[in-house]
Every structure is written in structure tokens, then in C-alpha cells.
Design a binder for this molecule. Structure first.
Ligand SMILES: [Zn+2]
Length: 155
């Protein structure tokens, strides 16, 4: 399985899992990869910027705030495509495995991940919630994190 950060032609960011890069290419070409915000099929992999040391550099990253889109002109956003049953089962297995072997740290995730990275925590595996900005910051610091779609477990 491979995780891709994606962006549609209108600039909406989202992410999805694919069996491999060929699967993404094939599904994207066939129009099966759709923006969950606007339904656009013009979807491409988001370019990952190389990590840039933060010290002594101005942050050019922050784009000016976008004016809110006029509501009346915006088409109703379609619901996100359903996750195939096979994928749900796969994600349920991942979730069960994570819950079994890792400590839940909730919103302290980024902080705990740094402690582990610095050898200040005895934990080895954690899971919790982190914002995209947190996850990106951790990656910039060389700490590997994975975002897992958290599916409800089967009864
Ligand atoms: Zn979109």
C-alpha cells in the first residue's frame, strides 16, 4: 500500500491510499480518483518540498489567505467516495494492530514523538492526533510519521 498526498486542479488537498504507484496512475487515468471537495478528476500527486532548515530563512510557504468562495456559485460538494470493503478491512487490521502495539497519546502526539526521537521517552510506538502542520513539522525534523485513515472497527 502506498499513501499519496493529492491535489485537485482547484487546489484542494486530500490524500488517499493505493496499492502501488501503477494503481494510482491507472485509477487516476480512468477518472476514479476524485477530489472529495469539488469532485474534480483533475488530480495529481502533491509535490513534496524538500526539507528546508527553518533557521535564518523567511517562511515563503504561507500563502495569503484565500477569500472565501461565494457560496451561491459553489456546487454542492459530493460526499467522499466510499472506501471499498477490501480497503476498509485492511484499514481495520492496521487500526487493530496499532491499538494493540502502540500507546494512545491523543493530542500530545507531536510532543511525544519528539521525546521518543530524543530518547527521552521509554515508549517505542505511539498513536494519536496531529494536525497536518504538526505532521509536516515532524517530518522536517526527520521523524517519520504516518497518517492512517481511522475506520470504525467491525463488530
Ligand atoms: Zn477540488
Amino acid at each position: 500500500m502506498i499513501h499519496y498526498d493529492l491535489r485537485c486542479g482547484a487546489g484542494h488537498d486530500f490524500d488517499s491510499w493505493f496499492k502501488d504507484s501503477e494503481a494510482f496512475a491507472a485509477q487516476s487515468k480512468a477518472g476514479f480518483v476524485e477530489c472529495p471537495v469539488c469532485g474534480s478528476k483533475d488530480v495529481s500527486k502533491r509535490l513534496m518540498a524538500p526539507a528546508i532548515p527553518k533557521k535564518g530563512r523567511t517562511r515563503a510557504k504561507e500563502a495569503p489567505a484565500q477569500p472565501p468562495a461565494p457560496v451561491a456559485a459553489a456546487p454542492a460538494a459530493p460526499p467522499p467516495p466510499p472506501i471499498p470493503a477490501q480497503m476498509v478491512a485492511f484499514l481495520q487490521r492496521i487500526r487493530a494492530e496499532v491499538e494493540k502495539s502502540a500507546d494512545y497519546v491523543g493530542r500530545d502526539f507531536a510532543e511525544e514523538a519528539r521525546k521518543i526521537h530524543r530518547g527521552e521517552s521509554e515508549r517505542t510506538a505511539i498513536y494519536g492526533e496531529a494536525s497536518d502542520a504538526d505532521a509536516e513539522a515532524l517530518r522536517d525534523e526527520g521523524i517519520e510519521v504516518a497518517r492512517i485513515p481511522w475506520v470504525p472497527l467491525a463488530d
